[in-house]
Design a protein around this ligand. Structure first.
Ligand code: ATP
Length: 900
């Protein structure tokens, strides 16, 4: 291995590299050698550099304002000789750190597990056959094929290339893609200029190539320089940041209040120990410190839920943004449609032919229309089908008794139509072997191949009608002769097919005398149009339903496609885009890439309003569209699969890549990846996002009254010079146990019915709106009255302090338990929801009650928390408070109705 590392691959001719690595430069490695090398070199994986050790992560749990306060409190209680209090406080600090550590690890683990499912694939040639494998299986000597959009899977010495450009920004920081080729470079060339090498982790932005793997895993440049990049999962989102900022502001306010409490007590010349305890109680009670952690856990849970619905979230932020999505811009092919292309109509030599059958099976036939030239006499038809078959990289094979394809479905459809005519790849290839090609790139919208034969060389070209037509001067007639091309007539044929929702490909040819290689110049003019093929790609049934659901939810769906305007319009109509009172093509017109190009950015912002379909849009225009929509204040989700879609995906609020058909470049840029490429998955993810957000708000609305109530109780006690109704350690008990056993249960709350029946929340809307803030204030106040009231009553009745305080603590816990049932919905009663629709809530409440019994009756708890047993009547009073709060909140729901 060491000897391999030291080679200067970039400097050697590629054939020498192949010799040294003992690989056949056409057939690749054989099975035996592959297995042998896999054993010798291990998997092609970069071991992640652990960003923080578990100990470091554990220690970080102590780096929180609340913990600082608690530690100070612990030290002072020790100085005051309150050993039990000191021990409890320090134990709480420890428990808090342990719980925090495990919660965080679980969230990180869940996200990492999802990231690991997103394997990078590589196309490798072994035993002469090209196939896709997991990039981890690559070994030095493997022959790898690169195409635009691929992530380079290992360090490669380029063997052969065509217009290859690679984005090496992850490695060199250079953001402009660099040209690469097979020519060796000087011995001492710096990394950024080694143009004969493709390095692991970089992205192919254009062209294609084959290369020989020279190093894998940690021996690659990226592996040696930086370890695994992008492995660390970001647990911070704008929401958690907002919440921790809110907690910090609150912390300062509360510290001031605590200081004031202290000064007030001192002025009243109350005992120092008591005054100090009151100040500490105020500080620990009123700060909702557990909030950011709980929010992260709820978001991470949302990530797993979305994964189970086939949406893999790559960034935690996406979960919260999804809920607020107002516009979804979706690709057509494969996302809104099945991506199951079938040629239905062919035009050649002035006649139309219908093609029967569907899918990729060869059964079906081509029949001439009544007035058409008989099929076997039509040379143009023959050439249309032959060129479609040869200017084509798709393979059809049998998988589990059914036809399956490898490659582009558009091309597979052309293989099938040729087969229905009796033309097959092997035989045609033999007569016309391919010597060069210009692969399909969506920015050019065509593909061309060069073939040799005894009668000379011929170029075949296929692509979008406009692109092909602008290169043609002649058209082939049925008898094989040619005539000047009549563009209007050809566009008429295209319209005829596109109006039925067909994707139309024009096909052309040209004889060629320039040798064995091909460049774009040679296909720029002088071609002969031979015919057109129209293929249908049925809309996905589930996409229709999902589009309607989005409409009900106030989320507008825009279809953005590279296809022709008429095809897009027909498909848009079939899918029900546009919606109420707006029929695609009639009331809401299709906007084309040309229209977009003619508009300034400012004009585009105005014109995009209400346009449901954008056709012949280039990836760069997708970026302009996202920006225009965002300028309108929309929260924009955008799908993409190609390498050029990356900027639009990055710009969108939610960039969505396709898991099956998407390039690695698109996946890297995306916030979310759909494992099934299906539009309806986006709709489900939006629904999940809304559910997660709703649960977050419910959790916050449930937890805040505890803190506010505790703060109010202490403040009131200080103002009236009364004894503290709850002690700092008791506050810690309440906060720790209720958050874990009650509050977290709201994370499991199922989505409320009708969650997709109201408009999305605007991004500028505060997390808590007026109605919720009022409810939080109301419950806080009710907690104050109940806790302070019962405490005062007990004291008045002559009960000792410990018992009165136990009553107050139980009031907090029981009221919060009742309020938990109410918090499951802001406007529905738990009776309407059904108590067992979230069994975690009654389960948590029961557990919490058992803990409270322990708190109240277990002697060791009495010692630790200064609690004391209470009797049945006392419990009835406590439950009375809980029930009263429950009824008041439920009455408030009725009054407010469905405003929240
Ligand atoms: P969507 O944006 O709806 O997903 P798309 O991404 O499939 O559509 P492109 O792939 O950019 O759109 O295709 C644009 C046009 O290029 C098509 O309308 C078709 O005419 C032509 N085209 C598509 N695939 C090929 C191909 N393999 N070879 C030649 N031309 C093609």
């Amino acid at each position: 291995m060491q000897s391999l590392l030291e080679k200067h691959w970039h400097h050697m001719p590629p054939e020498e590299v192949a010799d040294l690595l003992d690989v056949d430069s056409e057939k690749g490695l054989d099975r035996f050698e592959t297995e042998n090398r896999q054993e010798r070199f291990g998997p092609n994986l970069i071991s992640s550099k652990k960003s923080k050790t578990p100990l470091q992560r554990f220690m970080l749990q102590f780096h929180q304002p609340l913990v600082y306060i608690l530690i100070v409190a612990g030290i002072v209680t020790a100085l005051l000789g309150e050993w039990v209090d000191c021990a409890v406080i320090l134990a709480v600090v420890l428990v808090n750190a342990v719980v925090g550590y495990f919660q965080e690890s679980k969230a990180v683990k869940a996200l990492n597990a999802l990231a690991a499912t997103m394997k990078v694939e590589a196309t490798v040639i072994r035993c002469g056959v090209s196939r896709k494998v997991d990039a981890a299986e690559l070994v030095p000597g493997d022959l790898v094929v690169l195409r635009s959009g691929d992530k380079v899977p290992a360090d490669l010495r380029i063997f052969d290339s065509k217009e290859l450009r690679i984005d090496e920004s992850t490695l060199t920081g250079e953001s402009v893609p660099v040209e690469k080729g097979r020519e060796p470079v000087a011995h001492d060339t710096v990394l950024a200029e080694k143009s004969s090498m493709a390095f692991a982790g970089s992205l192919v932005s254009y062209g294609q190539a084959t290369g020989i793997v020279v190093s894998t895993g940690n021996n690659t440049e990226i592996g040696r320089i930086s370890g695994m990049i992008g492995a660390a999962q970001e647990l911070e989102t704008p929401l958690t940041r907002k919440i921790s900022k809110f907690s910090h502001t609150l912390l300062i306010a509360i510290l001031i209040l605590a200081g004031a409490t202290f000064v007030l007590g001192m002025l009243r010349s109350e005992p120092l120990a008591e005054v100090f305890m009151a100040a500490v109680a105020m500080a620990v009670g009123a700060i909702p410190e557990g909030l950011p952690a709980a929010v992260t856990v709820i978001l991470a849970l949302g990530v797993s839920r979305m994964a189970s619905r086939r949406a893999i979230v790559r960034k935690l932020t996406a979960v919260e943004t999804l809920g607020g999505t107002t516009v979804i811009c979706s690709d057509k092919t494969g996302t809104l449609t099945e991506n199951q292309m079938t040629v239905q109509e062919i035009y050649g030599g002035g006649s139309y032919y219908a093609v029967s059958g569907s899918g990729y099976g060869f059964s079906g036939e081509i029949t001439a229309e009544a007035t058409a030239v008989p099929m076997k006499e039509n040379r143009a038809l023959l050439e249309t089908l032959r060129a479609g078959l040869l200017c084509n990289d798709a393979e059809i094979y049998e998988k589990e008794g059914k036809p399956a394809i490898e490659g582009d479905p558009t091309e597979a459809a052309l293989v099938v139509s040729a087969a229905k005519f009796g033309l097959f790849r092997e035989k045609e290839n033999e007569a016309l072997p391919r010597t060069d090609e210009l692969p399909f790139e969506s920015q050019w919208q065509y593909m061309a191949t060069l073939h040799q034969s005894d009668k000379g060389a011929v170029i075949y070209l296929k692509g979008a009608v406009e692109k092909v037509l602008e290169r043609c001067s002649e058209v082939m007639l049925a008898d094989g002769s040619t005539a000047p091309v009549d563009e209007r007539a050809v566009y008429g044929v295209q319209e005829h097919m596109a109006a039925k929702g067909q994707r139309v490909l024009a096909i052309a040819c040209k004889s060629y005398e320039g040798g064995e290689s091909l460049d774009r110049d040679q296909v720029s003019r002088g071609m002969t149009l031979v015919g057109l093929q129209g293929m249908i790609d049925p809309p996905r049934e589930e996409a229709k339903v999902a589009i309607a659901a989005c409409r009900d939810a106030g989320v507008s769906v825009r279809m953005i496609t590279g296809d022709h305007a008429s095809t897009a319009e027909a498909v848009g109509l079939m899918l029900g885009l546009g919606g109420d009172g707006c029929t695609v093509g009639r009331d809401c017109p299709v906007m084309t890439g040309q229209d977009i190009a003619a508009l300034t950015d400012e004009e585009l912002v105005i014109k995009v309003e209400g346009v449901p379909v954008f056709a012949r849009v280039s990836p760069e225009q997708k970026l302009r569209l996202v920006m225009a929509l965002q300028e309108r204040g929309e929260v924009c989700a955008m799908t993409g699969d190609g390498v050029n879609d990356a900027p639009a995906l990055k710009q969108a609020d939610i960039g969505i890549a396709m898991g099956i058909s998407g390039t690695e470049a698109a996946k890297e840029a995306a916030d979310m990846v759909l494992t099934d490429d299906n539009f309806s998955t986006i709709e489900s993810a939006v629904e999940e996002g809304r559910g997660v957000f709703a649960n977050l708000v419910k959790f916050i609305a449930w937890t805040l009254p505890t803190n506010a109530g505790e703060g109010l109780v202490i403040l009131t006690a200080m103002l009236f010079g009364a004894a503290l109704p709850i002690l700092p350690v008791q506050i810690l008990w309440i906060n720790m146990t209720t958050a874990a056993f009650l509050g977290m249960m709201l994370a499991f709350e199922p989505k409320e019915p009708g969650i997709m029946q109201h408009p999305p929340r605007r991004p500028d809307r505060p997390i808590l709106d007026k109605v919720i803030i009022r409810r939080v204030a109301m419950v806080s106040f009710l907690l104050l009255i109940s806790a302070f009231g019962l405490f005062g009553w007990e004291k008045y009745a002559g009960a000792d302090l410990a018992k009165a305080r136990t009553m107050a603590v139980n009031v907090f816990v029981i009221v919060e338990s009742f309020y938990l049932f109410s918090s499951r919905s802001f406007n529905r009663s738990p009776f309407a929801l059904g108590f067992m629709t979230n069994p975690w809530v009654p389960g948590g409440v029961l557990l919490m009650f058992l803990l409270q019994l322990l708190f109240t009756y277990a002697p060791f708890m009495n010692t630790l928390f200064s609690s004391a047993p209470i009797d049945l009547l006392d419990w009835m009073k406590v439950f009375g408070c809980g029930l009263a709060v429950f009824l008041i909140v439920e009455a408030d729901k009725k009054r407010v109705g469905s405003d929240v």
